[in-house]
Each structure stands twice: as C-alpha cells, then as structure tokens.
Design a protein around this ligand. Sequence first.
Ligand code: GAR
Length: 202
Amino acid sequence: MKHITIFASGNGTNAENITRFFATGYLARVDVVLCNNATAKVVERMRPYKVPVRIFSKEDWERGTEIIKDLKSLRTDLVVLAGFTGYVVKKIIDAYPGRIINIHPALLPKHGGKGMYGDHVHQAVLDAGETESGVTIHYVTEEVDGGSIIRQEKCPVMPDDTVETLAKRVHALEYKIYPRVIQQVLMRLPDLPDYDYSNQSY
Ligand code: GAR
C-alpha cells in the first residue's frame, strides 16, 4: 500500500475526490492533508473520510523541517498538491525528488507562475481571449509551475464564459484525470528506503 499526503489551502474538492478514489482500492491511501490555512473549507470536507488535516504555520512551511518530519514518519510515497497556494521550499523538494506533483487549472506554460492560482488563472485565460484552456499536471520544482509536465488535457473556452463557468468545466476535467494520473505515477515509483527512526536531522 502506497501513502499519499495532500497539500491543500482552500475548498478542497480535488482533495476530497482523490481521497474518495483511493479509499476503495488497495494501491494507495490518502493519509493526511497538510494545510496552511486554518479556516480552509478542506478542513471540514475531509471529516467524513476520517483523514486528518494538519495546519502548519507560515514559519513551518518556510522552515520545512516539521513538514519533512511528518512526511517521513507517514512514509509518504507521493506528495500531491491540490489547490495549494503556498510554494514548496527547496528543502522539501530536495527530500522528495520526483515525488511531488501539482495540478494547475490551465495549459502551462501559459497562465502560470507566481500569483496564478484558482480564479486568477481563469480570469487571465478569459482576458487573453483564449479559445481553449484545460488542466496541467506536472512535477514540482523550485520554479513555480515550471516542472516537467506529466499530463495535459484540453477543454474549450466558450465565447460567453465567465470565470465561474470556465472554472466549473476545468474542475470537472481535474476530477476526471488527477486521480488516474496519481495512480500511474504511484505505480512507477520505486519503494522508499527504510525509514531511519534514529535520524533526528530531518
Ligand atoms: C483547482 O482548480 C486547482 O487546479 C487550482 O486551485 C483549484 C483548487 O480547487 N490550483 C492552482 O491554481 C495552483 N496554481 P479545490 O480546492 O476545490 O481542489
């Protein structure tokens, strides 16, 4: 059984969808959601699934040490960003090479980078007069939204779209493809080395 940790900051509909997807199989489980916003809806949303949501302070995220300790003790195979608005510090990226993935609600490299999340992305797509948008799933590197792309899926942008209607279409695509891509990535991942419980230097 593989272990997934989700990083989320907001509504958490992707976190819920991924949790539900893996709850019925034997490949993997979502063990925990790590969150940087105590009032995020994801906290409430995960309750029925009995998946704990741990809130970390800005300082914890910037230091990275506590987060890495948590990931190691959970034996996390894959870190899945699902509507996470923070940036992942180098220390965490270095500790989990090729094991952190993100979903972005547009066709990267367009409409990505710092400050581009959620509705800001859809607004940018509409402002640019795009006729198509979609979803990008990619590995997380130090460059925001810059890691190599695992999968991209397109959807049309309608002439009368608003941020709300476009977000709904893109979200539907996310629910359809993100769990399956996570499944494929997990199946390719080698097992983790044994955890050294005596090592306090994480
Ligand atoms: C999702 O559309 C996700 O792609 C996006 O935030 C939304 C979160 O929704 N992520 C980004 O914009 C990252 N740059 P959710 O909280 O309901 O899953």
